[in-house]
Design a binder for this molecule. Structure first.
Ligand SMILES: [Mg+2]
Length: 485
């Protein structure tokens, strides 16, 4: 597959910062959602149900909650929990809140502005938490579902905090991950929850070319990781890797200095805990000669960047769906650009017309005593013509604005009925989009996409576009003239 003339768009690896594979001496992988891609919505459904069971059984939540069913397509990554108000927020890249849901109720603009205007969301405070990983998607839905339920069943005052609910949900979801509830069910029926990609062994061998070393750093424990690797790669999975680090406690792995707890010092070195420096010493390579492939914006991408010079490839499983929808709404987006241009032109013309009209009326008033009847008639005719033009332009502008709103809503809903596009918010980047751009050197939907590239590929950053580069003239978008009558 490598060196294909044209890689299908869904198989492409996109570049934020130039990356020369030729200079990479070791490639590391995360396990969950990187090597092991979980099947959606089966895994979310399971997490949702088991967390609810914990809440009912151990926190004495009402039994009727067990009837709740998981509904996919609610949450996306990059959303933020507002723990105090029980809201789910989507922000733009500047962390200004652009959308608010309370349960499944969207806040009207006025209410949103009242609560969040001039307030940048500070993720370092206790009030907010970002939805960084796909594992957090079901708990985001659970949060909305329970808020919806409890708000309907009891009266809430403006100041009642939802921290208790958030803490309980966090506790329940954490517990089903930690106490083996999910892992035991996955182990019994891995085909139902983990996508066994037949290309994975080929992809690992492809990464291995050029005598590269391969390694894994995962927060999952030894027992679960070895089970998943056995399922994905067979019992000889160790043959692919030089080092496997289990229970690594990322992001601390990159910042602290825990020792390795060695499990095996054979051809494939296996250990728990440890830290980035010990791993680099074991590999014999460090810094930018290492490429790390992971899915977690914070634990896998940001921390590697902050504390070491590792290069990164971010796995974004949602990317293919985003590309598919982008293709589908391409025509509508083009139409939207035309409409915006038409809006601007109509606005300018309207302002000019009003100015002209006002001047005429003023002149008529000032000079009235000196004007003959004929001139007054001529001026009145001009005023009438300009007033008609003004009315026409006003009507046109309202039409265009309505159309813009309709198109924007249609495009937005094609992505996600609640939160729209993953990487964008209105015309700006979303928090998630901005983080991907900032922290990942490259990104792609699946690590097996490497098979479409040479093992020594040079991933080039595409040409950066300034706003002037995106004017309709440069994008081959025709904007019609505005009729004046
Ligand atoms: Mg992961």
């Amino acid at each position: 597959m490598e060196n294909g003339i044209k890689t299908p768009i869904e198989k492409r690896i996109f570049t934020n910062r130039n990356l020369k594979l030729k200079t990479i001496k070791a490639v590391g992988f995360d396990l969950d959602y990187t090597l092991a891609k979980y099947i959606s919505p089966a895994i979310e459904q399971l997490t949702f149900e088991k967390a609810l069971e914990k809440l009912v059984k151990e926190k004495h939540y009402p039994k009727e909650l067990l009837k709740f069913e998981y509904v996919e397509n609610f949450a996306i990554r990059g959303l933020i929990f507002d723990i105090q108000y029980g809201n789910i927020l989507k922000t733009n890249k500047f962390r200004y809140v652009k959308r608010v849901y309370h349960g499944f109720q969207k806040y009207p603009k006025k209410e949103r502005k009242r609560l969040y205007t001039n307030k940048k969301v500070d993720l370092s405070t206790e009030c907010y938490r970002a939805v960084d990983t796909l594992f957090e998607i079901p708990e985001t839905y659970l949060f909305a579902k329970l808020i919806d339920h409890f708000d309907k069943s009891s009266v809430k005052s403006e100041n009642s905090s939802y921290k208790w609910l958030y803490d309980d949900i966090r506790w329940a979801v954490d517990l089903v991950h930690r106490d083996g509830t999910l892992k035991n069910i996955i182990r019994e029926n891995p085909e139902k929850y983990i996508n066994k990609n037949e290309l994975l062994p080929l992809a690992l061998n492809h990464f291995k070319k050029n005598e590269r070393k391969l390694f894994i750093v995962t927060n999952s424990d030894h027992k679960y990781t070895t089970f998943v690797l056995d399922f994905l790669l067979g019992k000889d999975f160790r043959d692919y890797f030089d080092v496997i680090v289990y229970s690594s406690s990322k992001p601390d792995f990159f910042a602290k200095s825990a020792p390795f707890k060695v499990i095996s010092d054979g051809k494939c070195f296996e250990a728990e805990r440890g830290n980035v420096h010990l791993l680099e010493a074991k590999l014999g390579f460090k810094g930018d000669s290492i490429l790390y492939v992971g899915d977690h914006i914070y634990g896998d991408m940001l921390k590697t960047k902050q504390t070491s010079a590792w290069r990164t490839m971010m796995i974004i499983p949602e990317l293919n769906e985003q590309l598919r929808i982008k293709q589908k709404v391409k025509g509508k987006v083009k139409k939207l650009i035309q409409l915006f241009e038409l809006k601007n032109r109509t606005n300018r013309l309207l302002e000019r017309t009003i100015e002209e009209l006002n001047k005429l009326i003023r002149d008529k008033e000032d000079e009235f005593d000196n004007l003959n009847i004929q001139t007054v008639k001529q001026i009145d005719a001009k005023i009438e013509k300009l007033t008609l033009k003004q009315n026409h332009l006003n009507k046109k502008l309202t039409e265009v604005l309505t159309q813009i709103k309709e198109f924007e809503e249609e495009i937005d809903k094609s992505y996600n009925p609640y939160f729209g596009e993953l990487f964008k918010e209105e015309n700006e980047l979303s928090l998630f989009g901005d983080q991907v751009l900032d922290f990942a050197c490259t990104y792609t939907s699946d690590l097996t996409n490497i098979l479409y590239y040479s093992p020594t590929e040079y991933f080039h950053t595409p040409m950066q576009l300034m706003p002037h580069d995106k004017e309709p003239e440069f994008m081959d978008i025709e904007v019609g003239e505005i009729g004046e009558n």
